[in-house]
Design a protein around this ligand. Structure first.
Ligand SMILES: [Zn+2]
Length: 296
């Protein structure tokens, strides 16, 4: 158990919101608004000696518009969870248990106590902790009329939801990204002097010709240079991030990422081959891994 786990565990059994009376007794006008809004035509709710809908339990003791939490551990717990990176919340389930029917004239109060805080779990929404609380509703005599167990997931948003940053695609380089989507690594070639060039550009730096076509690269090369990026972090990438300059067999170089290898195993000049990264439906990029096939 870390000190952080201990701090969370100290909340179990604590009151989140101190005992709070409802603003008004249970009354027929509010019941009428509720059943009309819900489309509930059960006649027992509006009969002279009727009962109140059980599903109104939580709404009866809610603070009005503009109210703020002034007592209890709720703010403290939310701050401690945020400190652990659990900044997002989703309600997962709630169990309402009725001890007796509530009737007009009942004046209720509620108290909410933390029942449990789970160890860290991996969920579809992200890594987080389930926080379970129990609300206890009492009448004016202090007798329990209902309990309501609430479970919420407090989580760190999943980094997989963050898309990879977009390249700046324009009229001069769109052909290169379109070929990449078809898993073809192409190199621009001047039609005037046959010089290959990368990154793509409108004119040949050797003869200034604007006429060009492309050749298809074999997808093999060597490691010309690299850096290992640690910071700043972007949620779309895994770190440490290997960024390389690869010299293709055809002679041009390109900046790319390396995969299937760690920084310790990199040597300048090592043979590499292309692998295609389908980052998302709109973006495919070449990455390079150490060459494994030995045929020429
Ligand atoms: Zn040229």
């Amino acid at each position: 158990m870390s000190a952080y786990d201990d701090a969370l565990a100290a909340f179990v059994g604590r009151s989140l919101v101190a005992l709070r009376p409802a603003a008004d007794p249970v009354n027929v006008p509010m019941i009428r608004h509720w059943v009309e809004a819900m489309g509930d035509s059960n006649p027992r709710y509006l009969a002279g000696d009727g009962v109140a809908p059980a599903s109104m339990m939580q709404a009866r003791t809610m603070r009005g518009f503009g109210a703020t939490v002034t007592a209890g551990g709720f703010d403290e717990l939310v701050a401690l969870l945020a400190e652990g990176g659990y900044t997002s919340v989703v309600a997962t389930d709630s169990d309402l248990e009725l001890v007796r029917e509530v009737v007009p004239g009942d004046h209720l109060s509620v108290e909410e106590v933390v029942e449990s805080i789970s160890p860290e779990k991996t969920t579809g929404s992200g890594v987080g902790r389930f926080v379970t609380t129990l609300k206890t509703y009492r009448d004016a005599a202090g007798e329990v009329v209902a309990t309501q167990r609430w479970r919420t997931l407090r989580f760190r948003p999943s980094p997989a939801l963050e898309p990879r940053p977009r390249p700046a695609i324009n009229l001069d380089n769109a052909f290169w990204f379109e070929a990449a989507r078809e898993h073809r690594l192409v190199v621009q070639r001047c039609l005037g002097c046959k010089t290959l060039r990368h990154p793509p550009g409108p004119a040949c730096p050797e003869c200034q010709s604007f006429d060009w076509d492309t050749v298809e690269a074999r997808g093999r090369g060597t490691l010309y240079s690299f850096v290992v990026a640690h910071h700043p972090r972007h949620p779309a990438f895994d770190y440490p991030l290997l960024i390389a300059v690869v010299e293709l067999e055809e002679g041009t170089r390109l900046i790319t990422n390396l995969t299937g290898v760690t920084a310790d195993d990199l040597t300048i000049g090592m043979p590499l081959e292309v692998e295609w990264l389908d980052a998302d439906p709109e973006l495919t990029l070449p990455v390079f891994r150490p060459l494994v096939s030995r045929e020429n």
